[in-house]
Design a protein around this ligand. Structure first.
Ligand code: TYC
Length: 102
């Protein structure tokens, strides 16, 4: 080589890279107006919980203000949030559902 020694001290990283997509928590927020039974219905319909599971999570949100109702890929999480928000709006309840990166 005459005019290029830029590769003299280069160490190439050969570790196998396992790229996992980020996951997103879907959160349900408490409010004073949405009926408890409506929240239970949402958790059964859109998050495939049993009635007992749904009731338990609903009560957690009611008491603590917020709870994680599931963890999904970005696309699935977006769909869940949209389904919940559309269903709540359709029934004129102020229920809020959001997502955040895990
Ligand atoms: N706090 C509501 C009530 O007393 C019930 C409720 C639970 C609302 C969970 C929203 O995400 C929620 N009727």
């Amino acid at each position: 080589r005459t005019d290029d020694d830029s590769d003299i001290n280069v160490v190439v990283d050969t570790r196998p890279r396992t790229k996992r997509p980020p996951l997103y928590k879907v959160l349900l927020l408490n409010d004073d107006y949405t009926p408890m039974e409506f929240v239970v219905l949402i958790l059964e319909q859109f998050f495939h919980m049993t009635h007992a599971e749904a009731f338990e999570i609903m009560l957690t949100v009611h008491k603590k203000g917020v709870a994680v109702v599931g963890v999904f890929s970005h696309e699935i999480a977006e769909t869940k949030v949209a389904q919940v928000m559309d269903f709540a709006r359709k029934h004129q309840h102020p229920l809020q559902c959001t997502m955040e990166k895990e």
